[in-house]
Design a protein around this ligand. Structure first.
Ligand SMILES: Nc1nc2c(c(=O)[nH]1)N[C@H]1C(S)=C(S)[C@@H](COP(=O)(O)O)O[C@H]1N2
Ligand SMILES: [Mo]
Length: 315
């Protein structure tokens, strides 16, 4: 397939790319097409979903206060309990079949939809954003996600006016995911947002990272990225989006409601019952930095919570 020669990651500096470089490189690569093939450039072994969309153009509205985490580090230090309750699940996650991948949009919508993930992604405005990520376990990374605003999916779904929450569910496939044979966990992994959160500018569905399709261990083919919340809210490998008027009971809330609540907004001043949240380790660097309220995204999201005086917003 000739078109594959465009893929950015065959170029070593393909990690998050400033716009000018991106444009030049893409022009260069397009011009190079046939010659590149003749020269026998390596072809990717995997059939990745909508791979020609990456690298996507960066949205400059989302900036970082820190260096990007090295790709090797971010893609090999993962939480994905479906494949084990430790960080080295990248190899086990390759068992996940991502093609075909059907996405269901149901509940309080004008019309329920089942759509192939690639078809869905192609309907969406795909772009690159640099985001921080803060796990509740007090480690953090900074990655260049590609994907689309969750709001675009909400608009596509046409929810009824009575819908107040969006529930998102991961696949349920114990044959592929050994962790799901541990029957005492409340599978499938479920997460949720209020509709106001789902429509917030920052709420993002990641379909790529480091200028290529998102790898299985990071939640292929589509995962949530809500960087002002603890990492467990960013549910991976989503199969169902349900619009509802009931607050969803999430996976971690079902396991330990006193430790992991629904809102789970990052706040250095509110400790986890078993450890401080005042600082975080930047994985791959050995450095610790102070944690920021809303993980530094208060200007985008603080407004959402200003009238919620009775809610446990930070746990
Ligand atoms: N389905 C599913 N999604 C999940 C998890 C999980 O175990 N299963 N772990 C969460 C947690 S705790 C974190 S910190 C992030 C980790 O994302 P990463 O591995 O891409 O860094 O995924 C979140 N999404
Ligand atoms: Mo996490």
């Amino acid at each position: 397939m000739l078109i594959r020669i465009r893929r950015g990651w065959e170029i070593p500096e393909a990690q998050a790319t400033p716009e000018a470089v991106f444009l030049n490189r893409r022009g260069l690569l397009l011009g190079l097409g046939a010659a590149g093939i003749a020269a026998g450039l390596p072809q990717p072994a995997r059939a990745d979903i909508a791979a020609d969309l990456y690298p996507a153009k960066r949205n400059a509205a989302f900036t970082l206060d820190r260096a990007l985490t090295e790709e090797k580090v971010a893609t090999h230090y993962n939480n994905f309990y479906e494949f084990g309750s430790h960080k080295q699940i990248a190899a086990a996650a390759q068992k996940l079949t991502i093609e075909p991948w059907q996405v269901k949009i149901d509940g309080m919508v004008e019309k329920e939809i089942t759509i192939d993930a690639a078809d869905l992604i192609r309907k969406m405005p795909v772009e690159e954003r640099l985001y921080r990520h803060r796990c509740v376990e007090a480690w953090a990374m900074a990655v260049p996600w590609s994907g689309f605003p969750l709001r675009a999916l909400v608009d596509f779904a046409k929810p009824l006016s009575g819908a107040t929450y969006l529930r998102m569910e991961t696949f349920q496939r114990p044959a592929e995911a050994g962790g799901q044979r541990q029957f005492w966990y409340p599978w499938p992994y479920t997460e949720g947002l209020s509709m106001a959160e789902a429509r917030n500018d920052l709420a993002f569905i990641a379909t790529g990272v480091y200028g290529k399709p998102v790898p299985k261990q990071m939640g292929a083919p589509l995962r949530l990225a809500v960087p002002w919340k603890y990492g467990f809210k960013s549910v991976k490998s989503i199969v169902t989006f349900t619009f509802t008027d009931q607050r969803p009971k999430t996976f971690w809330e079902a396991i330990a409601p006193d430790e992991y609540g629904f809102w789970a907004n990052v706040n250095p001043a509110v400790p986890h019952p078993r450890w401080s949240q005042a600082s975080e380790e930047l994985i791959g660097t050995g450095k610790r930095v102070p944690t920021q309220i809303y993980n530094g995204y208060g200007e985008f999201v603080a407004e959402l919570y200003k009238d919620m005086t009775k809610e446990k917003l930070y746990m």
